[in-house]
Design a protein around this ligand. Sequence first.
Ligand SMILES: Cc1cc2nc3c(=O)[nH]c(=O)nc-3n(C[C@H](O)[C@H](O)[C@H](O)COP(=O)(O)OP(=O)(O)OC[C@H]3O[C@@H](n4cnc5c(N)ncnc54)[C@H](O)[C@@H]3O)c2cc1C
Length: 449
Amino acid sequence: MTGTYLKGWGGTSPTVADVVRPNDREAIRRTIAAAGPRGTITRGLGRSYGDPAQNAGGTVLDLTGWDAILDVDTRAPSVRVQAGISIDCLLRAMLPLGLWLPVVPGTRQVTVGGAIAADVHGKNHHVDGSFGNHVESMDLMLASGDIVTLSPGDDDPALFWATIGGMGLTGIVLEATVRLKRVETSYFVVDTERTPDLATLLERLVSGDSAYTYSVAWFDTATRGDALGRSVITRGNTASVADLDPDRRGHALDFAASQRGRVPFNLPMSMVNRLSARAFNALWYAKAPRHRIGEIQDITQFFHPLDIIGDWNRLYGPHGFCQYQFVVPDDEQAAFTAAVEQIASSGHVSSLNVLKRFGQANPSPLSFPQPGWTLAVDLPVRSGLDRLLSHLDSVVVAAGGRVYLAKDSRTTATTLRHMYPRLEEFLAVRRRVDPAGVLRSDLSRRLDL
Ligand SMILES: Cc1cc2nc3c(=O)[nH]c(=O)nc-3n(C[C@H](O)[C@H](O)[C@H](O)COP(=O)(O)OP(=O)(O)OC[C@H]3O[C@@H](n4cnc5c(N)ncnc54)[C@H](O)[C@@H]3O)c2cc1C
C-alpha cells in the first residue's frame, strides 16, 4: 500500500489511506471487492472540513477524474454528469447556455458527488431547499458492486433519501441527473444593509428574506455588549439583462470568477489569532455600506468571495481550525443568542461568521438543514476549544438543533444521536445495502455510523 496523507479542509485530523483513482466502473467495483477490513470510502475535492472523506488504514476512492458531462437537456432543463465533476466546471459549461445550478454552496470547488453526499445548501435554502431537492436520478454502486438507479419517486425512495446527506456511506454515486434553472445573466442585484446588533439582525431576516432568492448575513462574534452580533446582511436576486449597464449586456453570461492568488504553502504558525480576528471583524463591519440597494455583483463577489484566494485554509497553520455550524429551530432565538454570547465571551475568536435562516427540510434522514437559524464560525484550534464546542453542542441539543456533518470533526456518537432523531432510519438503510460495513470512513468510525 502506498499511503497518502489525507486531511479535510480544516486540517484537524489527518490520516493515511491507500488512494485509488479508478477510471471505469469495473475498476471501482474491483476496488470495493478488494477492500480489506478497514473498508473504503469515496472522496471528492476534500472540501468537507473534518474526516468524512478519509479512511485511516483503508482505501479511498478519489473520483475527481470521473468528471464528464454526459448529457444536457436544455428544454427540461437538466444535466447528466459523472459525480466527480466540480460545481466550478459545471457552472462554466452551463452558463453560456443560460443555465445555472439551483443550489450552489459557498465554494465552487466541490464535486457533485460531495454535494449529494452532504446535501449541501446555499444562500437560497429558504426558497429552493438543498442540493438533494434537485437530484432527479442517480446511479449508485453499492458495496456488493451492484449498480442501482435511484430517483425520489421510484421503487426505493428510502435508499435515495439516505444517500442524500448520507456522507458516502450508502454507496458510490457514479452519475447523477440534476435539475437546472434558467438565467439571463451571471450577475446578481444585491442589497446590503448593516444592523447594529443581533436582535435587529434576526428581526430583519424574518421580515425581509421573502423578497429575495438569496440571503446571508456576516456578523461580528468578537464584539460584546450592546453591539454583540452587529452584522452586514447581503441579499439579492439573479439579474436580468435589463438590470445590467450597457457595457455588461454584451457579456451577460460571462463567468466572472477569477482567483487572485493562493497561499503557497502550509504556514508554520496560524495567522489567525485573537488580535487579527478582532481586527478583521471590526474592519468587515466598518467597510460595509450602511445601506445600499441595487448593486450589481458577479458570481465571486456575491457567492464565493472565499474562492478569490486559493488554499486560504493554510493561513490557520499546522493545527488547523474547526468550522462549527449548527442550526436551531426558528422559535429558539434565545438558544441561538446564548450560543453567540458563549462564543463571544469564550476567548476563542472567529473571523468568518455566517448566519442564515433555513426554510423547509427535505425527506433525507441525515440532511442538515431544518427550518431555523444556522450559524457557521471558523475557530482556530487551540487549548480549550473542545470544551467550548462541547458546551455549544449541549445548547444546540437542548434547543432541538444539530451540527452539520460536512463541517464537523469532533462531535461524539452519543451527541449525534440526540441531534438527528431519524438516525435509526438511516442506519436501517445502511445495514440493508451494506451489511458488512464495507463503506467506512474516519467519520463513520468516530460517530458509530
Ligand atoms: C470554503 C467552503 C465553503 C463551503 N460552503 C458551504 C455552503 O455554503 N453550504 C454547504 O452545504 N457546504 C459548504 N461547504 C462544505 C462542502 O460543500 C461540503 O463539504 C461538500 O461535501 C464538499 O464536497 P467535496 O467534493 O469536496 O467532497 P469531500 O469533502 O471529498 O467528501 C464529502 C463527503 O462526500 C462523500 N462523497 C464524495 N463524492 C462522493 C460520491 N461520488 N459518492 C458518494 N459519496 C461521495 C465523501 O465520502 C464524504 O463523505 C463549504 C466548504 C468550504 C471549504
